[in-house]
Design a protein around this ligand. Structure first.
Ligand code: FAD
Length: 271
C-alpha cells in the first residue's frame, strides 16, 4: 500500500497540554506506520482566524458590498488567496487523512480552528453546489475530530445536562467535514482529562495509541448519499421517505423525519 499522508490540524496553546499529548501520540504512531505526518500548529503559526478582505491579493471586485464567499472563490480561481491559506490548501490537497485535535470550546471548536475552516475551505476549492456531501470535493479523503472536553461523558448524554453529544457533533461532522465530502471517521473524545486521575489519563492515551494503529482501515460514519435528495429543492426523494416511513428511528441527527434520533450515529460507524 502506498504511504499515506496525514495532516493534523492542532489547536491548543500549550505543548504541555493533554491535547498536545494526544497530537504527539498520533504523530508517533502514524509515522511508525510509514505515514508522512504534517502538523499545522495553529497557535504556534499565529494563524489568522478572521475571514477578511486581507485574505485576497489584488483588487477586490465589489469593495463597497464585500462578499467573502464570492471574492474568496474568485481569488482561489485566479490564484490570489493569501499565502497562509494557499499553504494550508496545499497540505489538505495532499492529505489522505486529516485529524483535527482541539479542546472543545463552547460546544464547538476554538475560534482559531473555526477560522481555519472559514478561510481554508474556500468555495470552489472545498465545495460547490455541484460538489457537496457524498459527491463532495474531498470524497476520497478521510477526516476526524479528536478532542478533549471539560465535561464528563454523562453530561453529554440524551439525559445529561449538556444534551446528546451526537447533536453537538452534527454541525461539525455533517455541516463542515461531510459537506466538503470527507469520509468522517468516528470522533476520538477524551472526556474531561483534567478531572481524571493520572492513571485514567494514561489509560485514555493508551486507548488512542491502540486505535491509531488501525485508524486508516476504519469504516467511516454513515451519512445519507446525496442522490437520495431531489436536485431542485434538495428534499428527500419520496421513495427514500417511503422506505423509512415504518422505521423506528430517523435517518440521521439532522434528517430525523420527526422520529427519535438514531442512537450513536455521530459517534460510531455502522449506527
Ligand atoms: C473558552 C472555553 C470554552 C469551553 N467550552 C467547553 C464546552 O463547551 N464544553 C466542555 O465540555 N468544555 C469546555 N471547555 C473546557 C475545555 O474543553 C477543557 O478545558 C479542555 O478540553 C481540556 O483539555 P486540555 O488539552 O486543555 O487539557 P489540560 O488541561 O492540558 O490537561 C488535563 C490534565 O492532563 C494532564 N496531562 C498533560 N499531558 C499529559 C500526558 N502526556 N499524560 C497524562 N496527563 C497529561 C495535565 O497536566 C492536566 O492535569 C471550555 C474551555 C474554554 C477555555
Amino acid at each position: 500500500m502506498a504511504a499515506k499522508k496525514v495532516l493534523i490540524v492542532f489547536a491548543h496553546q500549550s505543548s504541555g497540554s493533554f491535547s498536545a499529548a494526544a497530537k504527539n501520540a498520533a504523530v508517533e504512531v502514524l509515522t511508525a506506520q510509514g505515514c508522512t505526518v504534517e502538523v499545522s500548529d495553529l497557535y504556534a503559526m499565529n494563524f489568522k482566524a478572521t475571514a477578511t478582505a486581507e485574505d485576497i491579493k489584488g483588487d477586490i471586485k465589489e469593495a463597497e458590498n464585500f462578499s467573502y464567499l464570492k471574492e474568496s472563490r474568485l481569488a482561489w480561481e485566479e490564484g490570489r488567496l493569501s499565502d497562509d491559506i494557499t499553504k494550508e490548501q496545499t497540505k489538505l490537497t495532499e492529505a489522505d487523512l486529516v485529524i483535527f485535535q482541539f479542546p472543545m470550546y463552547w460546544f464547538s471548536v476554538p475560534g482559531i480552528l473555526k477560522g481555519w475552516f472559514d478561510r481554508v475551505l474556500t468555495s470552489g476549492f472545498a465545495f460547490s453546489l455541484e460538489k457537496m456531501y457524498s459527491q463532495g470535493v474531498f470524497k476520497n479523503k478521510k477526516a476526524m475530530l479528536s478532542f478533549t472536553t471539560g465535561s464528563l461523558e454523562s453530561m453529554f448524554s440524551p439525559t445529561g445536562v449538556n444534551g446528546d453529544m451526537n447533536v453537538t457533533l452534527w454541525p461539525l461532522q455533517n455541516g463542515i467535514l461531510h459537506y466538503c465530502g470527507f469520509q468522517v471517521l468516528a470522533p476520538q473524545i477524551f472526556w474531561a482529562p483534567s478531572c481524571a486521575s493520572p492513571e485514567a489519563r494514561q489509560c485514555m492515551l493508551e486507548g488512542w495509541h491502540t486505535r491509531l494503529q488501525g485508524l486508516l482501515e476504519e469504516k467511516p460514519l454513515s451519512f445519507i448519499p446525496l442522490d437520495s435528495f431531489d436536485e431542485k429543492g434538495f428534499q428527500l426523494k419520496p421513495d427514500v421517505r417511503e422506505k423509512h416511513a415504518s422505521k423506528e428511528f430517523g435517518l440521521t441527527v439532522g434528517i430525523h423525519l420527526g422520529k427519535p434520533l438514531p442512537p450513536h450515529s455521530q459517534m460510531k460507524a455502522g449506527c
